[in-house]
Design a protein around this ligand. Structure first.
Ligand SMILES: O=C(O)CCC(=O)C(=O)O
Ligand SMILES: [Fe+2]
Length: 298
Protein backbone atom coordinates (compact mmCIF):
# COMPACT_ATOMS: atom_id res chain seq x y z
CA UNK A 1 0.00 0.00 0.00
CA UNK A 2 1.37 3.40 -0.90
CA UNK A 3 0.84 6.08 1.73
CA UNK A 4 -0.78 9.30 0.57
CA UNK A 5 1.31 12.44 0.34
CA UNK A 6 0.59 15.03 3.10
CA UNK A 7 -0.54 17.51 0.42
CA UNK A 8 -3.12 15.04 -1.02
CA UNK A 9 -4.61 14.36 2.42
CA UNK A 10 -4.81 18.10 3.01
CA UNK A 11 -6.39 18.86 -0.37
CA UNK A 12 -9.13 16.35 0.33
CA UNK A 13 -9.96 18.15 3.60
CA UNK A 14 -9.78 21.59 1.99
CA UNK A 15 -12.19 20.54 -0.77
CA UNK A 16 -14.78 19.64 1.87
CA UNK A 17 -14.58 23.16 3.35
CA UNK A 18 -16.37 24.77 0.41
CA UNK A 19 -18.58 27.30 2.21
CA UNK A 20 -17.94 29.74 5.06
CA UNK A 21 -20.43 28.10 7.42
CA UNK A 22 -18.26 24.98 7.28
CA UNK A 23 -15.21 27.02 8.33
CA UNK A 24 -16.44 29.68 10.77
CA UNK A 25 -19.02 29.10 13.54
CA UNK A 26 -21.42 31.63 11.99
CA UNK A 27 -24.16 30.48 14.38
CA UNK A 28 -22.09 31.76 17.30
CA UNK A 29 -20.18 34.53 15.48
CA UNK A 30 -22.38 36.02 12.70
CA UNK A 31 -19.55 38.07 11.17
CA UNK A 32 -21.10 37.65 7.71
CA UNK A 33 -24.12 39.75 8.77
CA UNK A 34 -22.83 42.67 10.84
CA UNK A 35 -26.17 44.48 10.85
CA UNK A 36 -28.01 41.58 12.56
CA UNK A 37 -29.04 41.88 16.20
CA UNK A 38 -26.81 38.94 17.18
CA UNK A 39 -23.79 40.56 15.51
CA UNK A 40 -24.48 43.88 17.19
CA UNK A 41 -24.59 42.17 20.59
CA UNK A 42 -21.30 40.45 19.83
CA UNK A 43 -19.68 43.72 18.78
CA UNK A 44 -20.90 45.39 22.00
CA UNK A 45 -19.47 42.54 24.09
CA UNK A 46 -16.18 42.86 22.18
CA UNK A 47 -15.98 46.61 22.79
CA UNK A 48 -16.72 46.17 26.49
CA UNK A 49 -13.97 43.52 26.82
CA UNK A 50 -11.46 45.65 24.92
CA UNK A 51 -12.16 48.66 27.15
CA UNK A 52 -11.89 46.69 30.38
CA UNK A 53 -9.08 44.24 29.59
CA UNK A 54 -7.55 45.24 26.26
CA UNK A 55 -8.49 41.78 24.97
CA UNK A 56 -11.46 39.89 23.52
CA UNK A 57 -11.36 36.10 23.41
CA UNK A 58 -13.66 34.23 21.00
CA UNK A 59 -13.51 30.47 21.67
CA UNK A 60 -14.64 28.06 18.91
CA UNK A 61 -14.47 30.78 16.27
CA UNK A 62 -13.70 28.14 13.64
CA UNK A 63 -15.28 24.69 13.31
CA UNK A 64 -13.65 21.40 14.34
CA UNK A 65 -13.26 20.51 10.63
CA UNK A 66 -11.45 23.80 10.01
CA UNK A 67 -9.17 23.22 13.01
CA UNK A 68 -8.27 19.82 11.61
CA UNK A 69 -7.40 21.31 8.21
CA UNK A 70 -5.43 24.17 9.82
CA UNK A 71 -3.41 21.66 11.82
CA UNK A 72 -2.75 19.51 8.75
CA UNK A 73 -1.52 22.44 6.67
CA UNK A 74 0.58 23.78 9.54
CA UNK A 75 2.20 20.37 9.99
CA UNK A 76 3.35 20.63 6.36
CA UNK A 77 4.67 24.18 6.73
CA UNK A 78 6.11 24.29 10.23
CA UNK A 79 9.39 22.57 9.32
CA UNK A 80 10.22 25.60 7.17
CA UNK A 81 9.90 28.08 10.06
CA UNK A 82 12.76 30.49 10.69
CA UNK A 83 14.11 30.53 14.26
CA UNK A 84 16.54 33.02 15.72
CA UNK A 85 16.99 33.84 19.41
CA UNK A 86 16.73 37.56 20.11
CA UNK A 87 17.72 39.23 23.39
CA UNK A 88 15.85 42.39 24.31
CA UNK A 89 13.79 44.49 26.69
CA UNK A 90 9.97 44.64 26.97
CA UNK A 91 9.79 47.78 24.82
CA UNK A 92 11.54 46.21 21.83
CA UNK A 93 13.95 49.18 21.89
CA UNK A 94 17.74 49.32 22.31
CA UNK A 95 18.82 49.31 25.96
CA UNK A 96 19.67 52.70 27.45
CA UNK A 97 22.96 52.26 29.40
CA UNK A 98 22.30 55.58 31.18
CA UNK A 99 19.42 54.04 33.14
CA UNK A 100 19.79 52.04 36.39
CA UNK A 101 20.18 48.25 35.91
CA UNK A 102 16.79 47.53 37.48
CA UNK A 103 14.91 49.89 35.17
CA UNK A 104 12.54 47.80 32.94
CA UNK A 105 14.30 49.27 29.89
CA UNK A 106 17.40 47.29 30.97
CA UNK A 107 15.67 44.08 32.03
CA UNK A 108 16.28 41.81 29.05
CA UNK A 109 15.26 38.24 28.29
CA UNK A 110 15.79 35.91 25.32
CA UNK A 111 12.96 35.16 22.91
CA UNK A 112 13.06 32.14 20.62
CA UNK A 113 10.05 31.72 18.35
CA UNK A 114 9.85 30.30 14.83
CA UNK A 115 7.88 32.02 12.12
CA UNK A 116 6.35 31.20 8.76
CA UNK A 117 5.96 34.36 6.65
CA UNK A 118 3.04 35.31 4.41
CA UNK A 119 5.01 34.59 1.23
CA UNK A 120 5.56 30.97 2.37
CA UNK A 121 1.80 30.38 2.30
CA UNK A 122 0.21 28.55 -0.66
CA UNK A 123 -2.77 30.38 -2.20
CA UNK A 124 -5.21 27.63 -1.20
CA UNK A 125 -4.11 27.56 2.46
CA UNK A 126 -7.08 27.76 4.84
CA UNK A 127 -5.30 30.14 7.25
CA UNK A 128 -4.65 32.43 4.29
CA UNK A 129 -8.28 32.23 3.15
CA UNK A 130 -9.49 33.17 6.64
CA UNK A 131 -7.02 36.09 6.85
CA UNK A 132 -8.06 37.36 3.41
CA UNK A 133 -11.80 37.08 4.12
CA UNK A 134 -13.25 40.61 4.22
CA UNK A 135 -16.10 39.88 6.72
CA UNK A 136 -13.52 38.92 9.36
CA UNK A 137 -11.50 42.10 8.79
CA UNK A 138 -14.63 44.28 8.88
CA UNK A 139 -15.76 42.61 12.09
CA UNK A 140 -12.40 43.37 13.74
CA UNK A 141 -12.69 46.99 12.56
CA UNK A 142 -16.16 47.27 14.10
CA UNK A 143 -15.07 46.00 17.52
CA UNK A 144 -12.15 48.42 17.51
CA UNK A 145 -14.45 51.20 16.30
CA UNK A 146 -12.09 52.07 13.46
CA UNK A 147 -13.34 54.28 10.60
CA UNK A 148 -11.34 52.05 8.22
CA UNK A 149 -9.34 48.84 8.42
CA UNK A 150 -6.81 47.32 6.00
CA UNK A 151 -4.60 44.30 5.73
CA UNK A 152 -0.87 45.01 6.00
CA UNK A 153 0.60 45.67 2.59
CA UNK A 154 3.69 43.71 3.62
CA UNK A 155 4.29 40.55 1.56
CA UNK A 156 6.02 38.81 4.49
CA UNK A 157 4.37 40.41 7.52
CA UNK A 158 0.65 40.32 6.65
CA UNK A 159 0.08 36.77 7.77
CA UNK A 160 2.42 34.90 10.10
CA UNK A 161 2.32 31.53 11.76
CA UNK A 162 4.15 31.55 15.06
CA UNK A 163 5.76 28.16 15.69
CA UNK A 164 7.00 27.37 19.18
CA UNK A 165 8.63 24.02 19.89
CA UNK A 166 10.09 22.55 23.10
CA UNK A 167 12.02 25.17 25.08
CA UNK A 168 10.84 28.13 22.98
CA UNK A 169 9.79 31.29 24.82
CA UNK A 170 8.32 34.67 23.88
CA UNK A 171 9.55 37.20 26.45
CA UNK A 172 7.50 39.83 28.25
CA UNK A 173 6.91 42.71 25.84
CA UNK A 174 4.64 45.46 24.62
CA UNK A 175 3.68 45.37 20.93
CA UNK A 176 4.50 48.21 18.59
CA UNK A 177 1.32 47.60 16.59
CA UNK A 178 -2.00 49.03 17.81
CA UNK A 179 -3.70 45.64 17.92
CA UNK A 180 -3.11 41.99 17.04
CA UNK A 181 -5.63 39.42 15.82
CA UNK A 182 -4.64 35.81 16.42
CA UNK A 183 -6.17 32.43 15.69
CA UNK A 184 -4.97 29.50 17.81
CA UNK A 185 -4.21 26.49 15.61
CA UNK A 186 -2.57 24.05 18.02
CA UNK A 187 -1.68 24.01 21.73
CA UNK A 188 1.46 22.50 23.17
CA UNK A 189 1.01 19.60 25.59
CA UNK A 190 2.41 21.75 28.38
CA UNK A 191 3.48 25.39 28.75
CA UNK A 192 2.94 27.86 25.91
CA UNK A 193 0.40 29.83 27.96
CA UNK A 194 -0.40 33.38 26.92
CA UNK A 195 -0.06 35.65 29.96
CA UNK A 196 -0.73 39.37 30.13
CA UNK A 197 -0.91 42.30 32.52
CA UNK A 198 -4.10 44.06 31.34
CA UNK A 199 -3.63 47.75 30.51
CA UNK A 200 -0.55 48.01 32.75
CA UNK A 201 0.52 51.25 31.06
CA UNK A 202 -1.30 54.15 29.41
CA UNK A 203 -0.37 56.87 26.92
CA UNK A 204 0.75 59.16 29.71
CA UNK A 205 1.91 56.76 32.43
CA UNK A 206 4.55 54.08 31.83
CA UNK A 207 4.09 52.64 35.36
CA UNK A 208 7.69 51.40 35.48
CA UNK A 209 7.31 50.09 39.05
CA UNK A 210 4.38 47.87 38.09
CA UNK A 211 6.16 46.68 34.96
CA UNK A 212 9.28 45.86 37.00
CA UNK A 213 7.20 43.82 39.50
CA UNK A 214 5.70 41.71 36.73
CA UNK A 215 9.15 41.17 35.18
CA UNK A 216 10.41 40.04 38.60
CA UNK A 217 7.66 37.42 38.85
CA UNK A 218 4.85 39.17 40.71
CA UNK A 219 1.59 37.51 39.60
CA UNK A 220 -0.93 39.97 41.07
CA UNK A 221 -1.59 41.76 37.77
CA UNK A 222 -1.19 38.73 35.51
CA UNK A 223 -4.08 37.08 33.63
CA UNK A 224 -3.95 34.03 31.34
CA UNK A 225 -5.79 33.52 28.04
CA UNK A 226 -6.59 29.90 27.30
CA UNK A 227 -5.81 29.64 23.65
CA UNK A 228 -7.60 26.42 22.76
CA UNK A 229 -7.38 25.63 19.03
CA UNK A 230 -10.02 27.58 17.12
CA UNK A 231 -9.99 30.58 19.48
CA UNK A 232 -9.80 33.99 17.84
CA UNK A 233 -8.29 36.70 20.03
CA UNK A 234 -8.27 40.45 19.56
CA UNK A 235 -5.59 42.06 21.68
CA UNK A 236 -4.20 45.53 22.30
CA UNK A 237 -0.63 44.62 23.17
CA UNK A 238 0.64 48.18 23.16
CA UNK A 239 -0.80 48.80 26.64
CA UNK A 240 -0.83 45.28 28.13
CA UNK A 241 2.55 43.65 28.64
CA UNK A 242 2.40 39.98 27.61
CA UNK A 243 4.43 36.83 27.05
CA UNK A 244 4.15 33.15 26.09
CA UNK A 245 5.54 30.81 28.75
CA UNK A 246 8.15 28.20 27.72
CA UNK A 247 6.75 25.38 25.61
CA UNK A 248 7.18 21.86 27.00
CA UNK A 249 6.56 18.46 25.44
CA UNK A 250 6.80 17.26 21.86
CA UNK A 251 3.80 19.02 20.31
CA UNK A 252 4.45 22.48 18.87
CA UNK A 253 2.37 25.52 19.77
CA UNK A 254 0.99 27.09 16.59
CA UNK A 255 -0.66 30.49 16.37
CA UNK A 256 -1.85 32.36 13.28
CA UNK A 257 -1.22 36.12 13.45
CA UNK A 258 -3.27 38.41 11.19
CA UNK A 259 -1.84 41.83 10.31
CA UNK A 260 -4.52 44.55 10.09
CA UNK A 261 -4.12 48.30 10.49
CA UNK A 262 -6.26 51.43 10.49
CA UNK A 263 -4.02 52.84 7.72
CA UNK A 264 -3.40 51.40 4.25
CA UNK A 265 0.10 50.52 3.00
CA UNK A 266 1.70 49.37 6.28
CA UNK A 267 5.07 47.68 5.65
CA UNK A 268 7.78 46.08 7.81
CA UNK A 269 11.32 47.44 7.89
CA UNK A 270 14.28 45.62 6.25
CA UNK A 271 15.71 45.25 9.79
CA UNK A 272 12.56 43.42 10.92
CA UNK A 273 12.74 41.21 7.82
CA UNK A 274 16.22 40.25 8.78
CA UNK A 275 15.59 39.40 12.44
CA UNK A 276 12.13 37.87 12.05
CA UNK A 277 12.42 36.01 8.74
CA UNK A 278 16.19 35.72 8.26
CA UNK A 279 16.07 37.16 4.74
CA UNK A 280 15.34 40.40 2.94
CA UNK A 281 14.05 39.07 -0.36
CA UNK A 282 10.43 38.11 -0.84
CA UNK A 283 9.43 34.93 -2.68
CA UNK A 284 8.54 35.77 -6.32
CA UNK A 285 5.45 33.60 -6.32
CA UNK A 286 3.58 31.58 -3.68
CA UNK A 287 4.64 27.94 -3.25
CA UNK A 288 2.17 25.05 -3.44
CA UNK A 289 1.66 22.39 -0.77
CA UNK A 290 3.16 19.89 -3.26
CA UNK A 291 6.40 21.92 -3.23
CA UNK A 292 6.60 21.20 0.51
CA UNK A 293 6.15 17.41 -0.10
CA UNK A 294 9.21 17.54 -2.37
CA UNK A 295 11.23 19.71 0.00
CA UNK A 296 10.81 17.21 2.85
CA UNK A 297 12.05 14.27 0.79
CA UNK A 298 15.41 15.94 0.14
O1 LIG B 1 1.81 33.86 20.14
C1 LIG B 1 1.06 34.61 20.79
O2 LIG B 1 0.08 34.17 21.41
C2 LIG B 1 1.32 36.08 20.91
C3 LIG B 1 2.29 36.63 19.92
C4 LIG B 1 2.75 38.01 20.26
O3 LIG B 1 2.60 38.50 21.33
C5 LIG B 1 3.47 38.80 19.25
O4 LIG B 1 3.77 38.25 18.17
O5 LIG B 1 3.75 39.97 19.50
FE1 LIG C 1 3.06 40.62 21.27
Amino acid sequence: MTSQKPSSVLHQKLRELNSWDKIVRLDKYPVHDLESLAARKLIDAGRENMARLGAFEMPDFVTPAAIEALQLESAILEHSAFFKPVVGNPYLTPEDPGLPADHPNRMTETTRVGVIAYDQYPLDSLLRRIYEWDPLMNFVGKILNLPEIHRYADPMGGLNLSVMTKGDYLRWHFDQADFVTSLAVQSSTEGGEFEYAPLIRTTDNERYDDVRSVLKGDRKQVTTITNNPGTLVLFQGRWSMHRVTPVQGTKSRLMGLFGFDSKPGVMSSPHLYDIRYGRTTVAKEPPTFEDYDHARKK
